[in-house]
Design a protein around this ligand. Structure first.
Ligand code: 5HY
Length: 243
């Protein structure tokens, strides 16, 4: 199966690392294709970045539909454009936040989230409410590191994330932690080793859930709100999106 991984930001280094993490855990026969939008923010750290990156996600889905992708993953913890992406395909589309929440709720009664910047915490909070996991999550904590520090200052960023996970382990009364950034895709095992409780990482969780859905022969329902968008013309620099 062709599993199309979309990094919604335009940091090529992060796209490569996310793709490698997904390939390491993918089953034999799952081919990971990792892409990023041609246009958009190099990192996503707020509502504005999210809004712009969501359009880029939908354009990558359109390319994947032309190339015959069997499933998609949006690898940003805000799940930008996830519902819009689902309207554009019959294939399953997994957001890494939603995938992480589902997996964490299967292995623990309560979890915390450790993300990058506290200003994006509200986005995770809105997703917990939207997906029905608010009661499962004890706390959203931030390591207070810019997203691209995971690229540029990897060791220092990792130390901050581990410290924040240890505080969550000791203070939140939880059984697991969900990592709150696609840029942490290759850090799960190292963090779990250092913290000693189950660490759930969204990209790798989404790979396994995508394989399960394709294995079940299930895809995005076209009955109801996720039906294909109604044909209409788009104007200006969105004219290419006309259907
Ligand atoms: C992400 N930003 O997963 C989010 C993380 C965050 O560029 N990739 C990004 O901090 O919200």
């Amino acid at each position: 199966m062709r599993l199309h991984l979309i990094n919604p930001n335009t940091s090529t280094g992060m796209t490569t690392r996310i793709g490698e993490s997904a390939s390491r855990i993918a089953a034999p026969g799952t081919r990971i294709v990792a892409t990023q939008p041609d246009s958009g923010p190099v990192s996503i750290e707020g509502h504005f970045d999210e809004a712009i990156s969501a359009v880029g996600v939908t354009e990558e889905i359109a390319k994947g539909e032309r190339d015959g992708s069997d499933a998609y993953i949006t690898a940003c913890f805000g799940d930008p454009g996830l519902m819009a992406a689902r309207e554009l395909t019959r294939a399953p589309v997994l957001g890494i936040a939603e995938a992480g929440f589902h997996v964490a709720s299967l292995i623990s009664t309560r979890f915390s989230i450790v993300t990058t910047l506290s200003r994006t915490g509200i986005i995770a909070e809105h997703l917990l409410q939207a997906y029905g996991f608010a009661h499962h999550c004890r706390r959203i904590r931030a390591a207070e590191i810019p997203v691209l520090d995971l690229e540029d200052n990897g060791d220092a960023a990792l130390t901050r994330v581990i410290e924040t996970c240890r505080r969550a382990r000791d203070e939140d009364g939880i059984g697991a932690i969900v990592l709150g950034c696609g840029g942490m895709a290759d850090l799960r095992a190292t963090i779990e080793e250092a913290v000693g409780i189950p660490i759930v990482e969204g990209v790798t969780a989404a790979v396994k859930l995508a394989e399960a859905l394709v294995g079940l022969g299930l895809g995005t329902s076209k009955h109801g709100d996720l039906a294909f968008p109604r044909p209409k013309s788009f104007t200006g620099h969105f004219a290419h999106l006309s259907r």
